[in-house]
Write a protein that binds this ligand. Structure first.
Ligand SMILES: Cc1cc2nc3c(=O)[nH]c(=O)nc-3n(C[C@H](O)[C@H](O)[C@H](O)COP(=O)(O)O)c2cc1C
Length: 178
């Protein structure tokens, strides 16, 4: 049986939920990035990172970069979790910006996460309110999908976590063509 390592970096729980769903389906316990070690990476055949998106950056990529040499020859994937609905263009941009250099070629998957200002840190709340100020002034037809999602979610508690988002990743792990 293949040795699958699922690592997650999650501030507010949605990326952890996806890691747990994956773990259940693949019969392996996910590991928080704080507990992940290079030795565990070395002994895995497949490495999957589930990371939240914060200000257009994917959490946990620094760990993959640090272990990039070990990832060669392994099946690796990144599953990013954001508030925005699925949008291929945004995903391509994220990929271009973050999965380059030593991480070039690692496939990127996406799942919609959650939104809850009540549990955000003061810093994140402030950052989101600043973002909101900018977005509020923009006409809707000029807003990116994540900006529209922010407008819609602000002041509400939402969870869009759904196992359907993991289907493309399951196919990739089973080595079916995407
Ligand atoms: C400070 C901050 C910045 C965020 N920036 C983005 C973003 O750029 N794009 C996006 O789709 N979602 C963004 N989000 C929403 C998060 O990606 C979403 O809440 C996700 O569920 C986070 O993963 P987690 O629940 O595992 O922490 C942001 C959230 C916070 C708090």
């Amino acid at each position: 049986m293949e040795n699958i390592l699922i690592i997650y970096k999650s501030k507010y729980g949605a990326a952890r939920e996806y890691a747990q769903l994956l773990g259940k389906a693949l019969n392996t316990a996910p590991v928080s990035i704080d507990k992940a070690r290079s030795q565990t990476v070395a002994s895995a055949d497949t490495v999957i990172l589930c990371g939240g998106i914060y200000a257009a950056s994917i959490a946990g990529l620094a760990f993959l970069k640090k272990n990039a040499a070990l990832l060669k020859e392994k099946q690796t994937a990144v599953f990013a979790v954001g508030a925005s609905p699925y949008d291929q263009e945004t995903l391509e941009e994220l990929k271009k910006r973050h999965l380059s250099g030593v991480l070039e070629g690692i496939p990127l998957f996406y799942g919609r996460g959650a939104w809850n200002e009540e549990i955000m840190t003061a810093k994140d709340k402030f950052l989101c309110s600043m973002l909101m100020k900018v977005v509020a002034k923009k006409p809707e037809d000029q807003c990116a999908p994540w900006e529209l999602a922010l407008k819609e979610a602000m002041g509400k508690k939402c969870s869009w976590v759904d196992e359907k988002y993991l289907e493309p990743l399951y196919k990739y792990i089973r080595k079916e063509t995407r």
